[in-house]
Design a protein around this ligand. Structure first.
Ligand SMILES: O=C(O)c1ccccc1N[C@@H]1O[C@H](COP(=O)(O)O)[C@@H](O)[C@H]1O
Length: 214
């Protein structure tokens, strides 16, 4: 049985949550970013969140959020984790973590080895780093586009805080990614979809199955 934690991100429907639960996901992610096809407003989050069992972490994915939207989402979703996916500096991450008392993750966009070091500045500010592929300059989204980076960059890298891997993972490549990186947590969104924002239950099952075999 795999010890690797699984986050299924960008869920928008009860059946996607149920599929993540059947697959043994430890985290489900709700995106609040109006440009995203996975965007959920607080009211929609409030409808969906109770579907997630208590032992599974509810993660809000946010891009440079202000305090008001963080508070609205926490009130709506009974959140456990905030995933900051924008250009939040360490001081802002630390302030959000301190003010909310929630586990706080910082996404680190990676294209080259030099990008990995950017994560070190978040030691003491964030609870976890999420190494994600850097999306192209001018892209509509800072994540959730199915891009991957060169996973061999992470071989031998020892981040100073817990971490996870995301960006372009799917059922066909996640075992390879885990072999190369040894990631303790994998995060997937577009790789378990049939179209942007449309989760595919069979792909969620196949992804979780592939991780559980590792
Ligand atoms: O999924 C989105 O629409 C999104 C929007 C804004 C910030 C992050 C977003 N998604 C996150 O991107 C990574 C990788 O996703 P993928 O598997 O490559 O599609 C993941 O952490 C999503 O939560």
């Amino acid at each position: 049985m795999s010890q690797v934690a699984i986050k299924i991100c960008g869920v928008r429907t009860p059946d996607a949550i149920d599929a993540a639960m059947r697959g043994g996901a430890s985290h489900v992610g709700f995106v609040h970013f109006p440009r995203s096809p996975r965007h959920l407003a607080p009211a929609a989050l409030a409808d969906l969140a109770p579907r997630v069992p208590e032992h599974v972490a509810r993660v809000a994915v946010l891009v440079d959020p202000d305090d008001a939207i963080i508070d609205a989402l926490i009130a709506a979703g009974g959140l456990h984790v905030l995933q900051l996916h924008g250009r939040e500096e360490p001081a802002r991450v630390a302030a959000i973590r301190q003010r909310t008392g929630l586990e706080t993750w910082k996404a680190i966009p990676v294209k080259s080895a030099a990008d990995l070091a950017a994560g070190n500045a978040y030691a003491g500010a964030a609870d976890r780093l999420l190494f994600d592929a850097k999306t192209p300059e001018g892209a509509a989204l800072p994540g959730g586009m199915g891009h991957r980076f060169d996973w061999t960059l992470l071989a031998g890298h020892r981040p100073p805080l817990p971490w996870g891997l995301s960006g372009g993972l799917d059922a066909d490549n996640v075992a390879h990614a885990l072999r190369l990186t040894g990631a303790p947590l994998v995060d997937v969104s577009s790789g378990v979809e049939s179209a942007p924002g449309i989760k595919d239950m069979d792909r969620i099952a196949a992804f979780c199955e592939a991780v559980s075999r590792c």
